[in-house]
Design a protein. Structure first.
Length: 302
């Protein structure tokens, strides 16, 4: 007898089962912890934000990986013809030269992720490292006249790149690594002014969490009385800014150290690449009211 549609058991794709198991597997956490500390300890200075892509508004790693992937894929197409081995070798070399900067930007981003994301990212990096090794061997074989072996190593390298790309896509789209975790705020908060509490509920210099239309909002009152309000969940990985530290007109996320300017939400320092949605504030009858600031920067009207 066939099962009724409503009772049919849903079976997950085996690839998703494997990826979910990888996210939960703690076996390599000691390795990820050591590597993460090493990457975070690199003396990069202001270049760290450059590598994160703060200047671009989103991670720069996906942009840079297009060069090695495109070069190696093109080399594979040329390798289908035996008379194009020289051109294919040139593209293999271009891909190898571009792999270093792409890997560095990926490592800097990876070191600031949650543990399940880092677990997948470690295997992603291993797959891509394997690809680099295979393409290095491919180039060496071509330079020493072993064209057939060079082609074989190239196709194996492309397979490793494909696996690495699949894992990278899983991190980006299923695990939301590098996504703007505050993007939904303008689509959820209703227009107009929202009352969030009496003025004396907001001690000077202390971050306070309130909610507007189910969206957490960070409120900070300066010693002089000026009020600032931002979306409370960090745009990097949704860290609770109300648990962060306030200093010099900014709030620092307690999770990964992103710094946002209280006056307008601008991301002063990464790893966050997107600013925080900001709210206008006013005091009416001793109560604080906030209104989501328009994206064009104009302040809310009464």
């Amino acid at each position: 007898m066939s099962e009724k549609p409503g009772r049919r058991r849903t079976r997950r794709n085996p690839v998703l089962r494997l990826l979910d198991a990888l996210e939960r597997y703690p076996g390599a956490d000691a390795v990820t912890d050591v590597l993460g500390r090493g990457v975070r300890g690199l003396p990069l200075g202001r270049a760290r934000d450059l590598l994160h892509g703060r200047w671009l508004g989103h991670p720069v790693h996906p942009l840079l990986v297009q060069v090695p992937i495109g070069s190696w894929l093109s080399a594979a197409v040329l390798d289908l013809r035996s008379d194009r081995s020289r051109e294919a070798g040139l593209l293999v070399g271009v891909g190898l030269a571009a792999a270093g900067p792409a890997a560095l930007t990926g490592a800097v981003d990876w070191a600031e992720l949650h543990r399940p994301q880092m677990r997948v990212g470690l295997v992603h990096a291993l797959a891509n490292t394997t690809a680099v090794g295979l393409y290095g061997a491919s180039l060496l074989c071509r330079l020493t006249g072993r064209t057939g072996a060079g082609r074989a190593c190239g196709f194996l390298g492309l397979t490793a790149v494909g696996l690495g790309g699949m894992l990278g896509g899983h991190m980006a789209y299923r695990q939301a690594s590098g996504a703007n975790h505050a993007e939904e705020v303008p689509h959820v908060v209703g227009e107009g002014w929202h009352r969030i509490g009496a003025v004396d509920e907001f001690p000077a210099g202390r971050p306070v969490r309130r909610t507007v239309d189910d969206v957490p909002v960070l409120v900070v009152r300066e010693p002089g009385g000026t009020l600032h309000a931002l979306a409370e969940r960090c745009s990097h990985l949704a860290g609770p800014l109300s648990e962060g530290t306030v200093a010099d007109g900014c709030v620092r996320c307690p999770w990964h150290g992103s710094v946002f300017r209280l006056s307008d939400g601008w991301n002063v320092r990464g790893p966050a690449t997107a600013p925080q949605p900001a709210f206008d504030t006013r005091v009416v009858d001793g109560h604080v009211e906030v209104s989501l600031r328009r994206q064009d920067g104009r302040r809310a009207e009464d």
